[in-house]
Design a protein around this ligand. Structure first.
Ligand SMILES: N[C@@H]1[C@@H](O)[C@H](O)[C@@H](COP(=O)(O)O)O[C@@H]1O
Length: 250
């Protein structure tokens, strides 16, 4: 895992977006098309704001949605579809974007539908975040690193729901859904390049555990270390609890 420590979250956004755009460009040059995974959350704000400015042939890029709450209508302020639409999809002339319909009548069928679409597709870049509990998408601790399905229904525990509430997308804990449709760890790790954008002090402990612990299900984001092309973008605040990190560039 390569670690880059930027001076602040805006620089982080610029550097992560540039790395991602370069990887997309390379895929376009080599294969004539590119497939990407896009995450949501406050941690992706600056990166996405820069990525949409990248000079790329977006008409040859297809996107996949990382996770969404079960039962969530697209109009809700916390909807990840709404977020992706407003901050990414509507801002670039992208070929296609495969949203997770959290409010599908059968969430299981929705997982199967998306699983069929993504299976066999070469994913060039996955843009992800890491939660305060070190989750990856909604692979909460302890995460199942061996899960084969591309998408699954995750039960969200109180700690996870509390974190979502803390970010300000919901008015009360009762409003935070108890389930989500999430991409699996295995599916995320199939991506050729993984770009994890993780700014802010509230992530400092999760970052420390991710970097310093062994690869363990109790710290889901440690799975990123199994991948040879993971780039972890931090700012000074999220890196503040790290000891001397070998190979980190400031
Ligand atoms: N499940 C989502 C993930 O897709 C996101 O990458 C991560 C970090 O979120 P945030 O950036 O809001 O801290 O946790 C959220 O809850």
């Amino acid at each position: 895992m390569k670690i880059v420590i930027a001076s602040n979250k805006h620089e982080l956004g610029k550097e992560a977006a540039q790395k991602g755009a370069d990887a997309i460009r390379e895929a376009l040059e080599n294969q004539g098309e590119a497939h990407i995974i896009v995450a949501t959350g406050a941690s992706q704000f600056e990166m996405l704001a820069e990525l949409v400015k990248a000079n790329l042939d977006w008409s040859k890029v297809t996107g996949f949605h990382l996770d969404e709450y079960v039962g969530m209508p697209e109009t809700h302020t916390a909807s990840f579809r709404k977020y992706l639409k407003e901050r990414f999809v509507d801002r670039v002339p992208i070929k296609a974007f495969h949203y997770i319909h959290g409010d599908a009548e059968s969430p299981m069928d929705e997982c199967d539908r998306l699983g069929k679409i993504i299976s066999g597709v070469r994913i060039d870049v996955a843009f992800v975040g890491i939660g305060e509990n070190a989750h990856l998408a909604f692979n909460d601790p302890p995460a199942d690193f061996e899960r084969e399905e591309a998408y699954f229904i995750a039960d969200l525990d109180k700690a996870c729901r509390q974190q979502q509430l803390g970010e300000g997308w919901f008015a009360s804990l009762e409003e935070v859904p108890k389930q989500a449709i999430s991409m699996s760890v295995k599916q995320i790790l199939k991506s050729k390049t993984i770009i994890a954008s993780v700014p802010d002090e509230r992530k400092a402990l999760a970052v420390k555990k991710t970097v310093e612990s062994e690869v363990v299900p109790e710290v889901p984001a440690t799975a990123l270390k199994l991948h040879p092309q993971t780039w972890l973008y931090l700012d000074k605040a999220s890196a503040s609890l790290l000891g001397e990190v070998e190979g980190a560039s400031a």
